[in-house]
Ligand binder design. Structure first.
Ligand code: SF4
Length: 89
């Protein structure tokens, strides 16, 4: 893997129940990492020379879900965008 990019796990589990998928029964419901911890890891990676971060989880768009209408994924993307990284996926 090139040293300029890294995978960053931002949550684990999933609240959806797609019939074909075993992940919710294996990993449980969605649990999001604290946004402060995620941003600290972004900073650490940036200082280590990473310029491209790939956010990963089972349901990335549900990061920080409070309820069906409130999600924190736009907030974390805005926070990451303020860091001088070349690319956030
Ligand atoms: S992990 Fe993906 S496929 Fe599996 S239940 Fe969640 S949304 Fe569906």
């Amino acid at each position: 893997m090139p040293r300029h990019y890294a995978y960053l796990k931002i949550s684990e589990g999933c609240n959806n129940r797609c019939r074909f998928c075993i992940i919710p029964s294996m990993r449980g419901n969605l649990v999001s990492c604290d946004i402060g911890d995620v941003m600290a890891e972004v900073e650490r990676l940036k200082n280590a020379g990473v310029r491209e971060i790939l956010n990963i989880s089972q349901d990335t768009s549900a990061y920080g879900m409070v309820n069906r209408f409130q999600y924190a994924s736009p907030k974390i993307l805005k926070s990451m965008k303020r860091r001088p990284l070349q690319r956030i996926i």
